[in-house]
Design a protein around this ligand. Structure first.
Ligand code: C2O
Ligand code: CU
Ligand code: CU
Length: 527
């Protein structure tokens, strides 16, 4: 294991005595040995496709449809989304059944105006309960997609298994349709929406229940950034395909009535095909100008390290202008940027740095062979560019640790519950009835997040800034307001979280979706 139990206790400092470390070191050792979590790439096990994997860079990059409101008034835009199964051609020559928002994967992009209300009426035409969560949204608790606030299929739902250690009591169950109300009183940002059904988020997102939700505002509109066709969302994820073309996922019960994955896959499911906007290793023609890419890692467990090949001669490969929850104060250059599940980066690439005719690969430096590539840009033609990246982007409030009124510590690691291995927070399985933190509305708190293997930790409602990694300064890629932080094996990361918005009960959890389903989740209640 990367970190011995003793070392973890030392690192965690005085408070560690109170932190249950049950089972962490023994089980972690085995994970480290069996699953290569020490390699620094991803925690998980690889699922292989049973069909021939296509050659990269053959399919043009698709763009998800932007959803049109069904109605609008002075304050609100109304949308309608039906969750249903559909057959789509992802791998040429094969039909794949997806579960999609309006039958598409990724789902349609919703675009909202900061401060204007968005109401999305979701209809469940699937065979199982669903929950819709707007990731990164500042949403009242009853619309946040709490994991047991089920939207049942029309006609109800009879089954109901649950993971060891927590019981599945019904939340605000509704049937057939539910209106999710989003005030979106927050700055421009790249948000996304996805399924959040307790115990089944992994398989349901894998089948396709995820899409972009962009928030725009006047501050961002006023900037001379690339716009229109040159503002491109990139939904990156990995999948494996069975012989019949269906998605291959190691669910214990493929009807998704009973939870769980088989064997080692509770460490995370890694596919062997990289999809961008639902197409395998696509290619995109660009002019020799700047483009803005809203990059989302929508994978269940896979991490990526993005770089360009070839690299531009002089300048940086990527100019980062935004993080999970909005624009940065000032741009940051990167040549390589790691991205964990659920994280977003808003990146500008200046293709004038390449000769017309160049094919530029967006690489994944954490892997090689086909998995070492994500997509390709073909600098196909010349054009004039009226965009720039200004030195000042948004008004940015830098949090200081002296603002914090409380410090809390959470260990994300393996545990045991009812004789079974689980993924736990402070040694405990998720229980919808147990509150583990009660921050006061409007305050800033320091959360010390401690890990055994990779855990991308996500807080609902609260946005945060990374204060430190292993007592040292944060990484360049930690900049800005975030809602998910990529914690490496055996690390302690401190974040300063600001609990603004609403009172009520929200979850925080690991966004490796197999870990989340294996109960690595807790409640915070804003009071
Ligand atoms: Cu992206 Cu609790 O979720
Ligand atoms: Cu979320
Ligand atoms: Cu995890």
């Amino acid at each position: 294991m990367t970190l011995s139990r003793r070392r973890l206790i030392q690192l965690a400092g005085g408070a560690a005595a109170a932190v249950p470390l049950a089972g962490c070191s023994e089980i972690g050792d085995r994970i480290g040995d069996n699953l290569g979590s020490r390699s620094g790439s991803s925690t998980g096990s690889k699922m292989s496709s049973e069909i021939d994997i296509p050659e990269p860079f053959q399919i043009p990059l698709p763009r998800p449809q932007v959803l049109k409101p069904s109605n609008s008034d002075g304050t609100t835009d109304f949308y309608e989304v039906t969750q249903r199964a559909a057959k789509v051609e992802i791998i040429p020559g094969h039909q794949t059944e997806i579960w999609g928002y309006n039958g598409t994967f990724p789902g349609p992009t919703i675009e909202s105006r900061a401060g204007r209300r968005t109401v999305v009426r979701h209809r469940n035409e699937l065979s199982v309960p669903v929950v819709v969560h707007l990731h990164g949204g500042k949403t009242p608790p009853e619309h946040d997609g709490y994991p047991i606030d089920f939207l049942l299929p029309k006609g109800g739902y009879q089954h109901g298994g649950s993971m060891p250690g927590h019981d599945m009591k019904a939340g605000n169950t509704s049937e057939g349709t539910k209106d999710y109300i989003y005030p979106l009183d927050q700055p421009a940002a790249t948000l996304w929406y996805h399924d959040h059904r307790m115990d089944f988020t992994g398989p349901q997102v894998y089948r396709g229940l995820a899409g972009f939700h962009l928030v725009r505002d006047d501050e961002e509109d006023a900037l001379p950034l690339p716009k229109g066709e040159k503002e491109v969302p990139l939904f990156i994820c990995d999948r494996a395909f069975a012989g019949d073309g269906s998605f291959r996922y190691p669910a214990s019960d493929h009807s998704l009535h009973d939870p769980g994955v088989t064997g080692q896959f509770s460490n995370g499911v890694l596919g062997d095909v990289i999809l961008v906007n639902g197409a395998p290793w696509p290619t995109m023609d660009v002019t020799n100008t700047r483009y803005r890419f809203r990059v989302l890692n929508g994978s269940n467990a896979r991490r990526y390290a993005l770089s360009l090949d070839p690299k531009p001669g002089e300048g940086r490969s990527f100019v980062q202008i935004g993080s999970d929850a909005g624009l940065l104060g000032a741009p940051i250059g990167h040549d390589k940027i790691e991205i964990a599940p659920a994280e977003r980066y808003d990146l500008v690439i200046d293709f004038s740095q390449f000769k017309v005719g160049t094919r530029v690969t967006l690489r994944n430096e954490l892997d090689n062979g086909k998995l070492g590539a994500i997509m390709q840009f073909h600098v196909a033609s010349r054009a004039t560019d009226d965009s720039t990246v200004p030195g000042k982007l948004a008004d940015f409030e830098q949090l200081d640790r002296s603002q914090a009124v409380v410090t809390r510590q959470f260990l994300f690691g393996q545990g045991v519950s009812g004789g079974k291995q689980i993924w736990a927070v402070n040694g405990k399985p998720f229980d919808p009835n147990r509150i583990d933190a009660q921050p006061k509305l409007g305050t800033v708190e320091i959360w010390k997040l401690v890990t055994d293997v990779h855990h991308p930790v996500h807080l609902h409602l609260a946005h945060f800034q990374v204060l430190s990694r292993m007592t040292k300064a944060p990484l360049a890629r930690d900049a800005g307001w975030k809602d998910t932080v990529d914690i490496l094996p055996g690390q302690i990361v401190e974040v300063a979280a600001k609990f603004t918005g609403y009172q009520g009960k929200y979850v925080f959890h690991c966004h490796n979706l197999e870990h989340e389903d294996m109960v690595m989740m807790s409640n915070l209640q804003v009071v």
